[in-house]
Design a protein around this ligand. Structure first.
Ligand code: PFF
Length: 443
């Protein structure tokens, strides 16, 4: 333990916490519907390309900046260099508000679906009825807000108390169970009659269909899913002692997150085709498809409930990391007590989430360029701010802080890291150029 900062006890504990941040709704809810909207396999391959070339390197950069500085994102840029770089951390804190506001709305949907599965409301396996049920639920002005409030309340309570230790222990048990359930559901989905078209859609790319918007979406999803670009991994790295190998941890977290996204694709897309849903249905895709899959397995109500409970837990562990960026900033830089910081930030985020929730119902007609409030929040944060944050974090690691980040004894990256020069070159040139090029093309 260095100083008064709480630290992760073990390498496994840290990897699980960082993976807990990365694995969440981004994998199970967002990835399948984005792949469905953006040509399936083409999206998958571009996404994987971004993870390998950019995601892994930015992940290592964030871990290293956090561990070296032992601060929240704002404090870390201040401590390592200062000047305008501090704004990168500030943008990260702002992103934490924006992303959690709509993330919690969807987190609420998962809680609601756990309840609905348990009470038999989803027992009717008719595809059309399931679609209508979902549309009716998210379009309701009140019900989803109650679940959004519940989701935020749990997030605030846990982060206010700083009881991550307990959460870590719970996750160690629950996440492997979620993983096993995902395997079972993948098998059920790909063996449904008519699933073949979905498998082909997900695995056989047609690169003639590539367009700028699709590439931007894949880049944004790579950042969103790996929790990169806003300092969440800087914050977690700052709770890390010098014993853990950072490149190894970055590789583990990235691989695990990618594996789960690909599995979610296999769980949803073949079933979408088997049941005749529209792969471009958007944010509701997972929620209308999964109940249909559950209706096709024995004990579906039980497994459906279990699955949505576990998904809610996975979403919560991601939500903790989102609000922790804000709370760590308020505590470290503003001297606010943890409890007050968590309550205040959580309340503002809850309020900010209300228009997102209403944009599926009473406010659905308020749109800009075809996007409702929810879409705009998501687009701004995921497709613009996170990748922009990624540019600056890469440049900072490659050009400004590289020598400091390599000071092994001071919490930098260990001496045994042989690929340091390649990593530096990616941070200096490859990642910033590729991200900037994608952003410009998307606009
Ligand atoms: N990575 C999370 C997911 O895939 O669900 C979402 C997320 C968490 C994004 C933390 C950004 C972040 F800083």
């Amino acid at each position: 333990m260095a100083g008064e900062r709480g630290h992760f006890g073990t390498r496994l504990g840290f990897i699980l916490a960082a993976a807990g941040s990365a694995v969440g709704l981004g994998n199970v809810w967002k990835f399948p519907y984005l792949a469905g909207e953006n040509g399936g396999a083409v999206f998958l391959f571009i996404y994987l390309g971004f993870i390998l070339t950019i995601g892994l390197s930015v992940m290592l950069a964030e871990f290293a900046i956090g561990r070296r500085a032992q601060r929240n994102p704002v404090g870390a840029f201040k401590a390592l260099k200062g000047g305008p770089w501090v704004a990168v951390g500030g943008m990260g804190v702002f992103c934490g508000f924006i992303i959690l506001s709509f993330y919690s709305v969807v987190g609420g949907w998962t809680v609601a679906y756990a309840v609905k599965s348990a009470t038999g409301l989803l027992a009717n396996g008719d595809a059309k009825a399931l679609g209508n049920a979902f549309g009716g639920f998210i379009g309701d002005p009140v019900e989803p807000l109650i679940y959004h409030a519940l989701f935020m309340a749990v997030t605030m309570a846990v982060v206010a108390k700083g009881v991550h230790g307990g959460i870590e222990r719970v996750c160690r048990v629950l996440m492997p169970v979620l993983f096993v359930l995902l395997v079972v559901l993948c098998i059920r989905s790909v063996t449904l009659p008519g699933a073949g078209a979905g498998i082909a859609f997900f695995l056989e790319p047609d690169f003639s269909k590539v367009n700028g918007a699709m590439v931007t979406a894949a880049l944004g999803q790579a950042f969103f899913s790996l929790s990169l670009g806003m300092g969440a991994m800087i914050t977690y790295g700052s709770y890390l002692s010098a014993k853990v190998s950072l490149p190894g941890a970055a590789l583990w977290v990235t691989s695990l997150d990618t594996l789960i996204a690909v599995m979610a694709g296999f769980m949803i897309l073949p079933a979408v085709f088997a049941f005749g849903f529209d792969p471009g249905a958007g944010p509701g895709l997972t929620f209308i498809t999964l109940p249909a899959v559950f209706s096709q397995i024995p004990g579906g109500a039980f497994f459906g409930t279990l699955f949505f409970v576990l998904l809610a837990v996975a979403a919560l562990t991601s939500a903790f990391s989102l609000i922790e960026v804000v709370v760590a900033y308020l505590v470290d830089e503003r001297g606010i007590r943890r409890f007050q910081a968590a309550m205040g930030a959580g309340f503002v985020i809850f309020i900010l989430g209300i228009p997102s929730s209403l944009s599926f119902g009473v406010w659905s007609s308020y749109t800009v360029a075809g996007k409702n409030f929810f879409d705009i929040m998501d687009y701004l944060a995921s497709n613009l701010m996170l990748p922009a944050g990624g540019i600056f974090i890469s440049l900072f690691a490659g050009w400004v802080a590289f020598p400091k980040l390599m000071e092994a004894g001071e919490g930098g990256i260990e001496k045994s890291f042989r690929l340091a020069r390649i990593w530096q070159a990616i941070c200096r040139y490859v990642a910033p150029v590729a991200i900037a090029w994608t952003l410009i093309n998307g606009l």
